[in-house]
Ligand binder design. Structure first.
Ligand code: NAP
Length: 308
């Protein structure tokens, strides 16, 4: 049996505590031995203020997970890849498409793995939805992703800043599923609502068309209180598909055909281990490209100011 991969984690915040630490604690394929963060700390391992100090002090590290916000990811990823460490990047993998292309080339040059992780693709009913859609003709599809930013992203200033993506931070999760289960598509129009005091949108309506002619709409809203919606709907020749709960439940014509508890982060680390051991990378930029296109093509509306 191969030795566990010695890994360090960078940017110790909400997602590290909620998901990375529990997933790594149960994964015999990894041994978490160090963390780098300006304020956050992980118990019982070596902690450092930044990635450079961590890599210098712990040369036996083989891999790093980068979990800081996307605007601050590139420099850390470059440092790690140049030091020949395998890199796992939280979604979204960067603030621009071209910086991630650059990192992909750098990983190949240095003979290490780069994993641009899309956690929602590992939601339990996503593969069943892909299989269902692949076996029928889709007439139309709609993405409806509506959540309460105050509940899920309290006091996260970076998310409202340029490169933080605003409502496209959850929206890119929807796109990571849609680009996996629907035919290739491109944006034809978009309207983005920017609060007058923020640099990122709080809502967006986006229309796509696939090369097959399939129309797809996406409705993103970050001010939804009460029940939250993370749904992809499709009208097909085999019935009406509803993939709900962020990819966790699949129903056809109202009948639930697949539902199980999510295990997204354990599956992400399984995938990372597989590609490290196979000497491969996994960097699909389709979801990030759609977000870039929405910002490029989108009409900008200024709406009421947003306060936490
Ligand atoms: P967060 O807690 O606000 O940030 C993570 C950590 O990054 C912070 O604790 C901070 O640690 C570091 N950081 C913040 N600003 C930085 C800066 N300017 N330069 C360097 N480091 C900085 O955010 P999060 O919710 O964990 O999200 C991090 C990433 O995970 C994002 O890409 C997000 O889209 C993704 N994600 C989040 C969730 C979620 O539910 N929150 C779910 C899935 C994926 P230090 O101050 O200690 O350096």
């Amino acid at each position: 049996m191969s030795q566990p991969i010695k890994i360090g984690i960078v940017g110790v915040g909400k997602i590290v505590r909620d998901q990375h630490l529990p997933a790594l604690a149960k994964d015999g394929d990894f041994q978490l031995i160090a963390a780098a963060s300006r304020h956050g700390k992980v118990d019982d391992i070596a902690n450092f203020p930044d990635i450079e100090t961590m890599l210098g002090a712990v040369p036996e590290l083989e891999a790093v997970s980068l979990c800081m916000p996307p605007q601050f990811r590139y420099a850390a990823a470059r440092t790690a890849l140049e030091a020949k460490k395998h890199v796992f990047m939280e979604k979204p993998p960067g603030a621009t498409v071209s910086e991630v292309e650059d990192l992909k080339a750098l990983a190949a040059q240095n003979g290490v793995t780069l994993f641009a992780s899309w956690h929602s693709r590992y939601a339990p009913a996503v593969e069943a939805a892909r299989k269902f859609l692949g076996a029928t003709t889709i007439r139309s599809a709609a993405i409806v992703w509506k959540e309460d930013v105050r509940r899920w992203h309290p006091n996260q200033d970076w998310i409202w800043q340029p490169g933080g993506f605003g409502v496209f931070d959850p929206g890119i999760n929807a796109l990571s599923i849609a680009t996996h289960i629907l035919p290739a598509m491109h944006i034809t129009s978009a309207v983005l609502d920017f609060p007058e005091n923020r640099d990122a949108p709080v809502a967006a309506q986006v229309s796509f068309i696939a090369s097959t002619g399939l129309p797809v709409t996406m409705d993103l809203d970050w001010l939804q209180t009460g029940p939250q919606s993370w749904d992809i709907l499709a009208d097909t020749d085999a019935g009406r598909m509803v993939l709900s709960g962020g990819g966790s439940k699949l129903a056809i014509d109202g009948k639930v055909v697949h539902e199980e508890p999510e295990a997204e982060y354990p599956l992400l680390y399984r995938r990372f281990s597989e590609i490290v051991r196979a000497g491969a990378s996994d960097v699909d930029l389709a979801p990030l490209q759609h977000v870039a296109d929405a910002f490029m093509l989108g009409k900008r509306n200024v709406v009421e100011a947003f306060f936490d």
